[in-house]
Design a protein around this ligand. Structure first.
Ligand SMILES: Nc1ncnc2c1ncn2[C@@H]1O[C@H](COP(=O)(O)OP(=O)(O)O)[C@@H](O)[C@H]1O
Ligand SMILES: [Mg+2]
Length: 374
């Protein structure tokens, strides 16, 4: 053996396959140990994981060196040099891992602090994955806040809408109980009025229930092949008495009777019914409401056109909001709703993968439902 312990080159080359095989075997063992350790530590700080990565890298390198030493290819001072270099490399790796883990930990703390301080605003300059989490969180919080605001507004309006008729009913019931009213005509009128209010309140509670199911994503649709013409015919049959009572001319044009959609006939009929009832309510007597069904742009299309005189431009984007009512509809009347009808219609149409919209057109407005054909 040459002075200084350096093995002759010929020997080193000859030993290469063995050294590689031993190093690979030991490296595999080290890697398995590292993976096992990562599994055990998976809920610990990223800093600990980075330390494991560095230890594994150093240990795998050491395994190779051990293989070389075992074959006596190097020994003496050279062995010490090689071991020292590996040790220094390991320390440098650990140092960098330490700095990196401090940074990752600091940035995740920054994210956690931001989350704890409402209203949440995504901190900027985070590592890519953390930034993505922060941005997603910001969107989710904003959505939550908007929903919360809408819910609060809904509760305020609904409790107002419930309280007004309840106060009236209590007054009438007390008057009947105390015998304050006794002439048969007034007694009959009070009874009729109480029954009407009860029906209106029940409808409102049903609407609220439906809406909360839609918002909870719990709307159960039993979808089947439905022809739009049948849907229109059923809807017209249901609202005919209301149109007649108001003197509104209700007509239906189902151009292509066979337009098929995959829909829950009950739910979709309810959505269309809400549109038609609104149209009739906002159209003066002797004017027309027209229902159309057909295919447009490769989509099944249902539309309801009325003669309401147009919806104010600033209200157009808001009519589908929960509890939104136009100014004229704010004061509760016998046939007034709670501003839930269009929100329900929108929820049902979207659950069918469709879209609903409204435009001002001619003497009034036109609501349109578009659904995928089947
Ligand atoms: N066909 C229509 N013509 C004019 N305005 C309408 C029509 N449909 C809806 N609107 C407006 O949209 C608002 C919300 O409608 P909706 O959600 O059905 O609630 P509601 O009927 O209980 O008021 C109505 O108060 C009204 O201002
Ligand atoms: Mg309505």
């Amino acid at each position: 053996m040459a002075a200084g312990g350096v093995a002759p080159a010929a020997v080193a080359v000859g030993e290469l396959p063995t050294v590689v095989a031993v190093a690979a075997g030991l490296g595999l063992l080290v890697a398995l140990g590292g993976i096992w350790a990562m599994g055990r530590l998976r809920t610990r700080s990223i800093g600990v994981m980075l330390a494991v990565v560095v230890v594994v890298a150093v240990a795998a390198t050491l395994a190779g060196v051990v293989a070389i030493i075992a074959k006596m290819i190097i020994e003496g001072p050279v062995k010490d040099f090689v071991l020292s270099v590996v040790a220094v490399g390991g320390l440098v790796g650990l140092g960098v891992a330490f700095v990196l883990s401090k940074r990752v930990v600091r940035e995740s703390r920054r994210l956690v602090d931001a989350v704890r301080e409402p209203p949440f605003k995504a901190p900027q300059g985070l590592p890519a994955e953390l930034q993505e989490i922060a941005n997603t969180l910001e969107e989710a919080y904003a959505r939550e806040r908007a929903l919360e605001g809408a819910r609060r507004e809904l509760v305020a309006w609904v409790s107002h809408d419930l309280r007004t008729p309840l106060a009236g009913m209590r007054a009438m019931a007390e008057a009947l109980e105390d015998g304050v009213v006794s002439d048969p005509a007034t007694v009959a009128r009070y009874h009729g009025q109480i029954k009407l209010e009860v029906e209106r309140l029940s409808a409102m509670v049903d609407d609220l229930f439906e809406l909360s199911r839609i918002h909870a994503g719990a709307l159960r649709l039993s979808r089947a092949r439905v022809g739009l013409a049948d849907l229109v015919a059923d809807t017209v049959a249901g609202v005919e008495p209301l149109a007649r009572a108001k003197g509104v001319l209700l007509t239906a044009e189902a151009a292509d009777a066979a337009v098929p959609v995959e829909a829950d006939a009950g739910a979709l009929g309810r959505a269309l019914g809400n549109l038609v009832v609104n149209a009739i309510r906002h159209t003066p007597s002797d004017r027309a409401v027209v229902l159309r069904a057909g295919v447009d742009d490769g989509m099944a299309c249902l539309s309801v056109a009325d003669c309401c005189g147009g919806i104010p431009e600033e209200d157009l984007p808001r009519v589908f909001e929960v509890a939104f009512r136009g100014e004229s509809a704010r004061t509760p009347t016998a046939d007034g709703g709670a501003g839930l009808g269009l929100a329900i219609a929108q929820g049902i149409v979207e659950a069918h993968d469709g879209v609903i919209g409204v435009v001002n057109d001619g003497p009034g407005c036109r609501f349109e439902i578009r659904l995928p054909l089947c």
